[in-house]
Design a protein around this ligand. Structure first.
Ligand code: C2E
Ligand code: CA
Ligand code: CA
Ligand code: CA
Length: 279
């Protein structure tokens, strides 16, 4: 039986997920990927519309399998979540991202904030905030140049502990972003209870010039609401100049998307910054 959401259960005759051969093969391959260093981080620039420059990057996992080729995080993160492998992978991501950001800080590249996606399982670890604090201290990275992205659904299982982690990190100066905003059952009263600095509007809610006026109103309402709660707004998945202009006209603070840049290897980010590429 599988849960389909609100009180709907679908009973089906096939093998359960954990016996699906393709899935099992991917799980085994993923364990090996972690051991054999097939995983890599790419970094997608986040631009500030007020300052007109890159202010941060989001670390995004990339997996290059020796025979299967590139496998997207949308395919392997859910498997890693289910099997618990995400904890080891998440640790690796945190270490790599902090090391990279510390190297950029030493190189004096620009004040550039590194944002990392956390998973639900990581937030359930009682020592998560303390470990991140330790890693930041050991690397010498200014905590203000570090950020974490979480989604609302991740906070549900152990709300109090998750909020404690976020508070502790925030007290250090780490920026907290609420990811995929608008895709869940977000409510104003709920958002108000969360220690959040940035609301990331999901790309499904980023309108373009041809969007109906109602869509633009929703996006504008989210931006206004976030600003009233003293939060910044970053729009993700911005693919066109039209979208960027519409967002700017509606006081969106930051954006990220293919219109500006896809996620890039570290060296390409450095080149972009050295060449002083602006928006
Ligand atoms: P996300 O956190 O919502 O990340 C944004 C996704 O949108 C990324 O996909 C990014 O490459 C893609 N994207 C960026 N700009 C555009 C655009 O203009 N148009 C479109 N169509 N897409 C755009 P990606 O890299 O495939 O990652 C997918 C998801 O996998 C992420 O969604 C995140 O939930 C998860 N993920 C990636 N890396 C990690 C990680 O290190 N840890 C964890 N826990 N999850 C990760
Ligand atoms: Ca994210
Ligand atoms: Ca998203
Ligand atoms: Ca996501």
């Amino acid at each position: 039986a599988r849960l389909l959401g609100r009180n709907q259960i679908c009973v089906y005759a096939g093998a359960p997920d954990d016996e699906d051969p393709a899935r099992l093969a991917l799980e085994t391959a993923l364990r090996q990927a972690l051991r054999d260093e097939q995983l890599e981080l790419h970094y997608q620039p986040q631009v500030d519309l007020v300052h007109g420059r890159i202010v941060g990057v989001e670390a995004l996992l990339r997996w290059q399998h020796p025979t299967l080729g590139r496998i997207g995080p949308d395919r392997f993160i859910p498997i890693a979540e289910e099997t618990g492998l995400i904890v080891a992978i998440g640790d690796w991501v945190l270490r790599r991202a902090v090391e990279q950001a510390a190297a950029w800080q030493r190189a004096g590249l620009l004040p550039l904030r590194m944002a990392v996606n956390l998973s639900a399982r990581q937030l359930l670890q009682p020592d998560l905030a303390r470990r991140i604090e330790g890693q930041l201290a050991a690397s010498g990275l200014n905590p203000r140049l570090f950020g974490v992205e979480v989604t609302e659904s991740m906070l549900i299982t152990n709300f109090d502990q998750a909020v404690q982690h976020l508070r502790a990190l925030r007290a250090l100066g780490v920026e907290i972003s609420l990811d995929d905003f608008g895709t869940g059952y977000s409510s104003l009263s709920y958002l108000r209870r969360l220690p959040v600095d940035v609301v990331k509007i999901d790309r499904s809610l980023v309108p373009d010039a041809t969007a109906p006026a109602e869509d633009v109103s929703i996006t504008r309402a989210i931006i206004t609401m976030a600003h009233q709660l003293q939060m910044k707004v970053l729009a993700e998945g911005v693919e066109s100049e039209g979208q960027a202009a519409l967002l700017a006209a509606n006081q969106c603070d930051q954006m990220q998307g293919y219109w500006f840049s896809a996620a890039l290897p570290a060296a390409a980010v450095e080149t972009m910054l050295r060449e002083g590429r602006q928006i």
